[in-house]
Design a protein around this ligand. Structure first.
Ligand code: FAD
Ligand code: AMP
Length: 475
């Protein structure tokens, strides 16, 4: 193996591995170093996303949702299935198979694009040298013209509720449960807390979510957040807002949780407690002294808008740098950097990064919330279309939620699109593309949408912004 490369990527998650593949496509010599290990000690590329995040969570969300629908919805369709049951072991086996196929896929992609895959630890030394430590502890020094840091993030551990498996667990632990806990506590009503809470609630857990902030989904459009809260309540997710956890103690086979809210101190006993209180950038043993790479006060690697660190030829992408901690944000940054290194054009449009929450109903948005547009002082118009008025959504027995388009009053530019409803995460792609092209709401209005499709809701919401919706009453 060569000791010198055009590019060395440290971290093989959804930010690092696309950077390596694009560098390979750009005919650069490239190595990707990754140290992710699964519980059985095996190495696997793909980082948090493929091994312990996006993919396993979506696998379990799908299985639990199918079970829930078979139980609650099939009869409405006239389908008789008798007693519906489930097998957690089989769900976990299916999930593990999906994860394995995905991570092995990366190894195959690396081969196809000429990426040297190195499994072990990478550490940046001054002068774009990288120390690689293999599984057997042997060390080699590599050099590169460019180094891309993509070391990702790890779950935040709370002093008041330290991890203590199997009782107090992080999101990965919550994805690996072998049985349905009777009572499940979740700290944090963020995206991860809601998705994991939904999985186990659908399978029968009594789920209590404790959230320190007074507002639900504070980062989302509040009309959307209110609609979401209503559905989650109906599903039996007990979400307590303004509830700050101050202690968690394992006692026998249960966890005694203490939390404070406006009314005083409360106790809650659960069988398992998931701490989903956010994630922090991970840079453990990544940077030797004198590399010139700086961290900010929250531990993120400091970069400019093109992901350049303060050190010549050293870049950083993904969860270890500022911006939303999302796989697709990291991927675009990785690809941008690999293209910039090759002298090509590269840019990430940080204004059009979609966010998706894979609950039922699904929640997705892009651009500004109504609250943000209002605060900016810009005059605007809003169009809302309920899925209740969508023939396709009704036919699917999924007529919940709405699509909302916010456009500028003056030049009609779309400023934000917010969707809660069936397949919202898929529908938002049209809005992202529209905003990428600085489309107006009229552009969406004049775009033909097939009938009957869920996407008509986006079309109609754009029409509603000018009070020209056809399939719902304009207000
Ligand atoms: P990571 O995926 O964390 O990968 C970093 C990799 O670098 C790891 O393999 C790590 O072991 C390795 N590494 C670190 N330091 C070194 C070193 N010194 N040497 C060698 N290797 C090193 N995002 C979405 O967009 N959609 C979702 O649906 C979604 N669902 C999620 C669900 C859960 C439960 C969780 C926890 C996260 C979810 N996320 C989701 C977030 C997403 O997983 C992250 O944003 C994404 O993984 C970040 O990618 P990354 O490449 O920056 O970091
Ligand atoms: P996110 O960062 O979106 O994953 O969400 C994590 C959530 O956990 C945030 O909304 C935090 O307010 C919440 N959180 C963090 N610490 C606590 C705590 N001690 N008690 C309750 N909620 C918390």
């Amino acid at each position: 193996m060569a000791d010198s490369f055009d590019v060395i990527v440290i971290g093989g998650g959804p930010a690092g591995y696309p950077a390596a593949i694009r560098a390979g496509q750009n005919k650069l010599s490239v190595a990707c170093i990754d140290e992710w290990r699964n519980h059985d000690g095996s190495y696997a590329f793909g980082g948090t996303c493929l091994n312990a995040g996006c993919i396993p969570s979506k696998a379990l969300l799908e299985s639990s949702e199918l079970y829930h629908r078979a139980r609650e919805e099939f009869a409405v369709h006239g389908i008789k299935v008798g007693d519906v049951g489930f097998d957690v072991a089989q769900m976990q086996k299916r999930k593990a198979g999906i994860v394995k196929a995905s991570t092995q896929g990366i190894t195959a992609l690396f081969k196809a694009s000429g990426v040297t895959a190195l499994q072990g630890h990478g550490k940046l030394l001054p002068g774009r040298r990288v120390q690689f430590t293999a599984a057997d502890g042997s060390k080699r020094e590599l050099t590169a013209k460019h180094v891309i840091l993509a070391s990702g993030s790890v779950p935040v551990e709370l002093k008041v509720a330290p991890f203590k498996a199997p009782h107090v667990i992080d999101s990965w632990g919550a994805l690996e449960l072998e049985a349905v806990p009777k009572r499940l506590g979740v700290i944090g009503a963020g995206v991860i807390g809601l998705e994991l809470g939904s999985v186990w609630r659908r399978l029968g857990s009594e789920v209590t979510v404790l959230e320190a902030l007074p507002d639900f989904l504070a980062m989302a459009d509040q009309q959307l957040a209110k609609e979401a809260a209503r559905h989650f309540k109906k599903q039996g997710l007990d979400i307590r807002l303004g509830a700050k956890v101050s202690a968690a103690k394992v006692s026998g086979d249960a966890v005694e949780v203490t939390y404070e809210d406006g009314k005083g101190t409360h106790k809650l006993t659960v069988d398992r407690l998931v701490v989903a209180a956010g994630r922090r950038p991970f840079t453990g043993d990544l940077l030797a002294d004198g590399t010139g790479v700086a961290l900010d006060e929250r531990g993120f690697i400091k970069v400019d808008e093109h992901c350049r660190t303060g050190a010549e030829g050293v870049w950083a992408v993904g969860d270890c740098v500022r911006g939303p901690m999302l796989a697709h944000k990291g991927k675009e940054e990785g690809v941008m950097v690999a293209d910039l290194i090759a002298g090509r054009y590269g840019e990430v449009n940080y204004r059009t990064i979609p966010a998706v929450i894979y609950t039922t109903p699904e929640i997705a948005w892009v651009g500004l919330t109504e609250e943000q547009v209002k605060a900016s002082g810009r005059t605007y118009k809003v169009g809302v279309f309920p899925f209740l008025a969508s023939g396709r959504a009704r036919a699917m027995e999924q007529a919940q939620g709405f699509a909302k388009v916010i456009a500028a009053q003056d030049d009609d530019e779309i400023l934000g699109v917010h969707i809660i409803g069936p397949m919202a995460g898929e529908l938002i792609a049209e809005a992202v593309l529209a905003m990428e092209y600085s489309a107006s709401s009229e552009d969406l209005q004049r775009t033909i949408h097939a009938h009957p499709t869920l996407s008509e809701a986006v079309h109609e919401a754009a029409l509603a912004a000018d009070k020209r919706a056809i399939d719902s009453i304009n207000r």
